[in-house]
Design a protein around this ligand. Structure first.
Ligand SMILES: [Zn+2]
Length: 160
């Protein structure tokens, strides 16, 4: 288990950090990337804030969560992120959930569920698996409606 629990954070804090992640998500659209944003919080301060850059960089691993974990590890000077909370607008995919387990992330908060590819409960539950050596406490559904609206609008615009 991570060292953090949902009791360590207030609803106001989660709301504020999710606002920050949603802002990041919106900036992904500027370069044609799927609007997903993530922030990493350490000791109640945001130390990394990133968005999807897969189209921008041509890097298949450039999801918001992976980029934010990488930045956070740089800031802390260590790959161990037990004391960190990651807040992301969409349920992580298998790659990002795997990266969270490998960074020993302290806690995860996400917005919308991803019924097609989510790996934190929807399709797989990699962040809370008895098979792996690390389980991550999570809170799901924080401002999920705003996150889904962003995604729906993005895909609707692309179809036009
Ligand atoms: Zn991902």
């Amino acid at each position: 288990m991570g060292v953090l629990t949902p009791d360590d954070f207030t609803a106001n804090e989660l709301n504020m950090w999710m606002s920050h992640a949603l802002e990041q998500a919106r900036s992904a659209e500027a370069h044609g990337d799927v609007p997903v944003g993530a922030v990493v919080v350490h000791r109640h301060s945001v130390i990394a804030a990133r968005h999807n850059e897969r189209e921008l960089t041509g890097d298949p691993t450039a999801h918001a969560e992976v980029l934010a974990l990488r930045n956070a590890a740089n800031v802390i000077g260590n790959w161990h992120l037990e004391e960190c909370l990651l807040v992301v607008t969409l349920e992580p995919c298998v790659m990002c959930a795997g990266a969270m387990v490998n960074s020993r992330l302290g806690m995860l908060v996400f917005g919308a569920h991803d019924p097609k590819a989510g790996a934190s409960g929807s399709c797989f539950d990699l962040t809370n698996s008895g098979v792996l050596n690390h389980r991550i406490p999570q809170i799901a559904g924080v401002r999920s409606e705003e996150s889904s609206q962003l995604l729906k609008r993005f895909f609707a615009d692309r179809r036009r």
